[in-house]
Design a protein around this ligand. Structure first.
Ligand SMILES: *Cc1c(COP(=O)(O)O)cnc(C)c1O
Length: 394
């Protein structure tokens, strides 16, 4: 019943799985028939603390009783406190709040152009991004997203963007010209198939940006807030950006996006940018609850350890099942490149057996479970996946 109503009234923008989820707790969700699923999707790397985590639930409940929204015409202490938490735990000097990843990237794009145009007489507006990237669906973020399949039928896109090969410093070097103001990258490409930037590449990118006075923007919308076993993925390489965008996990399921900048990139002044809902007391209350839990060293160490366990399970499975071509990723952001063209039947079969996983680019399985997942739950999920491989003759 719910699904047929959906088809009638909800716009046809997603090819959804034929289940309706009605409840969640920890790493599990249930559909309307009471069937239980182990959730290795976590709302696409969003539910960092799992479903109905007491800290998240409590932060929402206590805040809705006090104040939900006031606009940004006035100060609200939750926004100030969350900005402080994020800046103190990162390279950040200040933060701007919005409501999604795409919005955070739009803000970063505007900021980069202001930086280049004001410093160089309107001549520096070009932003370089990487092929296979994903930065969101609004026009700036969509143009930055260098994957033709997302652009088709939506031209003309924004002017002043160029894409280069990821992990190829010469490709970047030759794209920089007198109009370039910024380089925008994911530290690990998420939607593009869980592709990690090499440390050496990031170091060279940083150097090129410094030599040419370009802002280095890291889109940590997916990698940020503990996903890779560090609070921010840039910490693995030690290469610090000038600008960072965050969203997905920060709200623990509640929509929030953030633009974080260092001193040099702190160029917005009143009137430059804004958001009606951005950084409202409720979103920031949840953000603080998530940060308080995830930013603990012991929490992050467990993510790292469990991520390694997860990968070792997959590598062991690779020995037995040749369908696994490559195991990629860091922490609990893991990809499995399959040795077949199309993996959607594997995802479907796993779902029938009570495991939710996600497919990228037709043949990369993505595992982004809640960060609170245990080794037992990882092993349980891997058993289901192995059963699927066996039954399908892989
Ligand atoms: C999901 C994602 C976005 C877009 O975020 P939305 O909240 O869907 O707008 C941008 N960048 C990266 C790296 C993402 O993974």
């Amino acid at each position: 019943m719910i699904i047929s109503e959906d088809k009638k009234y909800v716009m046809n923008t997603y090819s959804r799985f034929p289940i309706t989820l009605v409840q969640g707790k920890g790493t599990k969700v249930w559909d309307e028939n009471g069937k239980e699923y182990l959730d290795f999707v976590a709302g696409i790397a969003v539910n960092a603390l799992g479903h109905s985590h007491p800290a998240v639930v409590e932060s929402v409940k206590s805040q809705v009783d006090k104040l939900i929204h006031i606009s940004n015409l006035y100060w609200n202490s939750n926004q100030i406190q969350l900005a402080k938490m994020i800046c103190e735990k990162s390279f950040g000097k200040s933060a701007f709040f919005c409501n999604s990843g795409a919005e955070a990237n739009e803000a970063a794009i505007k900021l980069a152009r202001k930086y280049g145009n004001t410093k160089y007489n309107g001549r520096r507006y070009k932003i370089i991004t990487a092929k296979n990237s994903f930065h969101g669906r609004t026009y700036g973020a969509l143009t930055a997203t260098a994957q033709p399949k997302y652009h088709k039928n939506f031209e003309p896109l924004l002017e002043g963007f160029e894409s280069v090969e990821y992990n190829d410093i010469n490709s970047l070097k030759s794209a920089i010209d007198e109009n370039t103001c910024a380089v925008m990258l994911e530290v690990i490409q998420g939607e593009g198939g869980i592709n990690e930037a090499k440390d050496e590449y990031l170091q060279q990118v940083r150097k090129l940006c410094d030599e040419n006075d370009l802002l280095l923007i890291f889109d940590e919308v997916q990698t940020g807030i503990g996903r890779t076993g560090k609070l921010f993925a840039y910490e693995h390489s030690g290469v610090v950006p000038d600008v960072m965008t965050l969203a997905k996990a920060l709200g623990g399921g509640f929509p929030i996006g953030v633009l974080v900048v260092n001193e040099k990139a702190d160029v917005f002044t009143p009137g430059d940018h804004g958001s009606t809902f951005g950084g409202n007391p409720l979103a920031c209350a949840v953000g603080m609850a998530v940060m308080k839990n995830v930013a603990q060293e012991s929490f992050l160490n467990t993510v790292k350890e469990n991520g390694e366990f997860f990968k070792s399970q997959l590598l062991a499975m690779k020995e037995k099942h040749s369908i696994i071509d490559k195991v990629k990723g860091k922490g609990l952001m893991i990809g499995v490149k399959l040795d077949i063209e199309e993996g959607s039947d594997i995802v479907k079969k796993a779902m029938e057996k009570g495991l939710l996983i996600n497919l990228l680019s037709h043949n990369v399985l993505r595992f982004v479970p809640p960060l609170i997942i245990t080794k037992e739950e990882i092993a349980k999920g891997m058993n289901i996946l192995e059963e699927v491989f066996v039954e399908m003759g892989y």
